[in-house]
Write a protein that binds this ligand. Sequence first.
Ligand code: C2E
Ligand code: MG
Ligand code: MG
Ligand code: MG
Length: 291
Amino acid sequence: HAKAHGRGRSSVFDFSMESDQLDQYLLERDLGEAIEQDELSLVFQPKVDLVTRRVVGMEALVRWNHPSRGQTPPAVFIPLAERSDQIVRIDRWVMRQALQAQAHWRDQGLPTLPVSVNLSMADILSTNVVDYLGALLDEFNVPASALEIEVTESAVMRELTRTRNVLAALNTRGIGTALDDFGTGFSSLSYLRQLPLQSIKIDQSFTLSMLQDSNAETLTQAIVAMGVALKMLVVAEGVETEQQMDWLMEHGCHLGQGFFFSPPVSGDDIHAVIRNIELRLASAAPASLSQ
Ligand code: C2E
Ligand code: MG
Ligand code: MG
Ligand code: MG
């Protein structure tokens, strides 16, 4: 809002807008060195099967510990990276780290759960992303089934044909694909059924409001039904309460992800967190599950 306001008064020199631009410029410059300076890291958030109450996968999310600002959220630096062409380099670093983590956990004798990685539009459009991922799987000797790619609905809709081709090539290589932040873009049903996707992730704005707002509840129900009808795995993001988990399970949503289960945690902690979630959910599971 501050920006829109500043633009409206563009004939007047606006200090707040200037400092905003300077700030973005400085952040963008620092981001260019974040990988070399070892300031990026990955955290992992479990995805839980709502019926069996087992953890069946996890999402890798990038973190930036800026030398003077401290933790800087992806909501701030990912859009900046996307605007400044740095996103492909960052996401390739993320893909490599995620598969390296998989290899590390395997070497420790831990069970392999699929890890999802978020790709931006520029990654999809970059020439050899599928080859890059294939080479990484070979290098770390990790099966393709241990990797999943998430692309946002808005990105897919902007470049439908090319995205469809890349998603299909990922599937051919054995890599699963998911549509992220579903419900916030404007994909029509006919587009959706043309896309080679195994899962849709309902945007957290639906999950967070569905028990307060009957319109959101109706919409969430419709989205779940649509995903099920298209034979996709339906994942709800932003599950923060037991009530939300119960509602989602009762309405046929397959998986949940959110603070109710666990916030994203480090690779060193994720397997202990998974064990604790499964213990906690097993003791709270409805009686029908033990029949
Ligand atoms: P996303 O892919 O939809 O990831 C889910 C976001 O929701 C994460 O925020 C996660 O921490 C947050 N979240 C998880 N559970 C809950 C919950 O119960 N309640 C609420 N309110 N939030 C929850 P995060 O980590 O800040 O990431 C934000 C977005 O940044 C991601 O949204 C994704 O679009 C982007 N992003 C993160 N890592 C990467 C990356 O490596 N590459 C790319 N291209 N984008 C990334
Ligand atoms: Mg995601
Ligand atoms: Mg999402
Ligand atoms: Mg999101």
